[in-house]
Design a protein around this ligand. Sequence first.
Ligand code: NCD
Ligand code: ZN
Length: 450
Amino acid sequence: MPVDTILYNTKICIHGNIVDAGIAIDNGKIVKIAKKTNLPSASRKMDLKGNITLPGLIDSHVHLRDQQLAYKETFITGTSAAAAGGVTLVIDMPNNKPVTMDSLSLKERIKLAENQSLINVAFNSAFPNKLEEMPEIIKVGAIGFKVYLLNKIGGIEIDDDVSLLVAFREAAKSGVPVAVHAEDWMLIENQKKQLQTLGQNNTEAYVAAHSPEAEAKSIKRVIQLAKKSGVHVHFCHISSELGLNAVLLAKKACLPVTCEVTPHNLLLSSKHYKNSGFFALTDPPIRTQNHTSALWNALKTGLVDIIASDHAPHTLDEKQTNSVWEAKPGVPGLETTLPLLLTQVNKGRLSLAELVKVTSEEPARIFNLPNRGCLAEQNWADLVVVDLKREYKIDSASFFSKAKYSPFDGLHAKGRPIKTFVNGQLVMNEGKIVTKSGIGQVVLNAFDSN
Ligand code: NCD
Ligand code: ZN
C-alpha cells in the first residue's frame, strides 16, 4: 500500500548535523525517515528542493483570544499566523473573556478550536474559584495551569500563598505543570504610583515600574511554593538578569523549574522604544542591552529552556494611546519568531540544533506533548520547511494576525519558513494558507487517550 505523501530532496538536522533525507507520511504521522531510494511508494511526492525540514515550532505562550476578545484575534487569524510562522502547535493562555478557569469555559474554547484552528492547539487554564474543580479541568484536557501574579486572573487572590500552595499541590498530584507570570504586583503598583505622581508617562517610566526586582521577587516567592508542593513550575518570559539568577538558584537546588524567553526580550533593547514607541511595549518590558546579553548567555548555557513568542495581539487603538499607563502591553510574535531565529542562525549566534531544542523538543517535553517536537518515526508529521537563504523585510501589514504592528517592522530577516505541515497536511505554502480552517487538532493532556 502506498503511503499518503513523501517529501524528498530535503535536509534534516540530526544530532547537530544537517543530513540529506526524505520523509514518508501516512495518516498524519511520520512513518519513515530515509534516503529517497529507501522510502516507500506514495500517492503524492513533493520535491523540497534541498531546503531544510525542521519539526514545527511548539509555541508555549500564545494568546489566541477570540470569544469576546475576537476583535483582537480569533482562532482562525491566530492559527493562520502560526501556520505562516512555521508554528504547528500553540499553548493557549487563559486570560480570555470569559477567562478559561473551569471545565465549562475550557470546553467552550475546545469546541471553537476544533472547528476553526489550522494548527494544533493545547490549553492552559487559570485556577478555578473552587480548587476541587482542578481534576475536572485536567480531565477535560488542560495541559497545565497558568497563574498571573501581576493581576488576578482566575480564582485565586494574588497574595494568597495558602491557596496557591493548595493549587500547586493539586497540580503536582495530577502531574501537570504550572506556568507563571512572575512580577510582584505590589512593588510595581507602588513604583507606578510614584512615577504617575511625578507626571511620568513614557516607556522609560513603564520599564522603571516593571523592575527586575519585581520580577526576581515574584520568582523567589514562587520557588518557595514549588519547593513545598513539588509541582513543575514554568516561568514565562524571563526578562532580566536578576530574574535569571533566581531561576538559576532553583535549578542548582534541583527543583523542577523551567523557564522561557521571548524573541523580543532577546533581540530588542530599550533603544528600540525610540522608533517603535508603545508598539514595543510588552510585559515584562524590553530592557537595556545588559539584560539582553544576560538572556543570550542563559540561552546558550541551557539555563533558558524554551523560546516562546508570548503572542499578545491588541488593536492599533489600544496601542496608540497618549499615556503609557493606558496602552495595552503585548506584541504579536507568531509570524516573526522563526524568521528572527533563522536570522540568528545565519549570523552564527545560534545553531539549528539549538533552535530546534528550544522551540520544539523542550516545549514538547516540558508540557507533556507525546509524539511531537522532533522528527522521528511514529511522531505526528508537524513540520516546517525553511529556506535559510531567503531574505525579506518584516512587514506587519502582511500579517495574518489581526495585530498589524510589530517592534520588528522593517527588520531585514534572512531565513524564512516556506511550508508548514500540520498532522501531515500542508497548511502553509510560500506564505499562503492552503487549507480550510478546522484541520488542526486540539491536543489534550497526555492522560487523555489521544
Ligand atoms: C499579555 C496579554 O496581552 O495577554 N500581555 C503581555 O504584555 N505579555 C499578558 C501576559 O502574557 O502577561
Ligand atoms: Zn505574561
